[in-house]
Design a protein around this ligand. Structure first.
Ligand SMILES: Nc1ncnc2c1ncn2[C@@H]1O[C@H](COP(=O)(O)OP(=O)(O)OP(=O)(O)O)[C@@H](O)[C@H]1O
Length: 343
């Protein structure tokens, strides 16, 4: 699968993208149980670009994103390449990986309450990665923490308070401030606003959008909510059963979906904050594959979406499906795209 940035450097050599993910595969092994959660995902991302990752629950979004910085439990076996500025993070030494986390790439998790330490002040928590990764003193770190808090709309005079003293929206803003503490080049935001009510969700998203535009950070944002992603991200990857079903510019993907799964999602296209906006593809029979079905699929051929696909033909059961070009800067993993009828 490609989805590669073909931009050429002035000398005529291929430019190295900030992030180049190649054939990423993650399998959870718990005793006898095997779950191939991510099955060959490839994409690139540059500074200042925003990539939204959409998909139903269990499609492998979080597993894919967290594996980029090797943040998964040891039961997860990861293969492929995650080239960050040309260096493979999957094989990097732990010391190097620790240096990359926070300072070059950081994560905003869903549910800030569980991600923040309840017994430490927010100033201490924001200062921690700064002091760990940069050669600056306490005073300068505290000054930066205060600036960061102000920039996310949490008054810095409250920096001596503990997480429970803040509202859910404020805590999520504090998480965003923390993720920016070491001025990273990449932020991975995993459902950053899921737990928040509609108004606060819109505010936090607006804030995140502003920070991205101002700072030129690259962002991978995961959400169930297609409307949030299309609003926030210039490119969109739709995941199904651990693979990218379709990837391309958000507006085009939504206006003219090429993959039947994206079309089904589009029919259920919601508005921001609508509780019904959780991806529930309209008019599709059946359910996504279960872990045993995924394991069978990974060993054989055929399209994972075929059992639910209203446009499937016999070949969809037997042919290997991969991402094929489906338009300018677009790819879709559908045989019908090759025929032209999926387009
Ligand atoms: N620690 C784990 N051990 C075993 N299987 C896991 C583990 N974490 C996730 N899985 C399985 O991996 C698959 C992908 O899960 P993942 O959480 O990445 O999907 P997701 O698209 O992010 O879903 P959601 O939107 O619900 O968070 C699912 O089948 C899930 O049950």
């Amino acid at each position: 699968m490609t989805a590669r940035d073909q931009t050429q450097a002035p000398e005529g050599q291929a430019r190295v993208p900030m992030l180049d993910v190649r054939d990423l595969r993650v399998t959870y092994r718990n005793g006898e149980r095997t779950v191939p959660a991510v099955r060959g995902v490839s994409f690139t991302l540059d500074r200042g670009q925003t990539l939204g990752v959409a998909g139903e629950s269990g499609s492998g979004k979080s597993t894919m994103a967290l594996s980029l910085l090797r943040l998964l439990a040891p039961s997860a076996q990861v293969s492929g390449e995650v080239l960050f500025e040309g260096e493979d993070l999957l094989t990097a030494r732990w010391a190097r990986l620790r240096a990359v986390r926070w300072s070059a790439a950081s994560v905003v998790f869903q549910g800030a309450m569980s991600a923040l330490n309840p017994v430490r002040t927010i100033c201490e928590q924001i200062c921690e990665p700064i002091l760990l990764h940069e050669k600056i003193g306490q005073k300068a770190a505290r000054k930066r923490a205060a600036e960061l808090l102000d920039s996310v709309g949490v008054p810095s005079r409250r920096s001596g308070s503990y997480p429970h003293e803040f509202s859910g929206g404020q805590r999520q803003r504090i998480m965003i401030a923390m993720s920016l503490a070491c001025r990273p080049d990449l932020i991975i935001a995993d459902e950053p606003t899921t737990a928040l009510d509609v108004m606060v969700q819109a505010q936090v998203l607006e804030l995140l959008g502003e920070l991205v535009r101002e700072s030129g950070i690259g962002v991978i944002m995961i959400s169930h909510d297609l409307s949030v992603l299309s609003h926030m991200c210039e490119r969109l990857a739709v995941m199904y059963a651990g693979q990218i079903a379709e990837i391309g510019p958000s507006k085009q993907l939504i206006a003219e979906p090429r993959h039947p799964y994206t079309r089904a999602l589009g029919r259920a296209f919601p508005t921001i904050g609508d509780p019904a906006s959780r991806l529930a593809p309209a008019g599709l029979p059946g359910d996504p594959p279960t872990p045993p079905e995924l394991a069978r699929l990974s060993e054989g051929r055929g399209c994972a979406f075929e059992p639910r696909c209203p446009e499937a033909v016999a070949a969809c059961r037997t042919e290997t499906v991969e991402l094929w070009p489906s338009g300018p800067q677009r790819e879709a993993a559908c045989l019908r795209v090759l025929e032209g009828s999926g387009a």
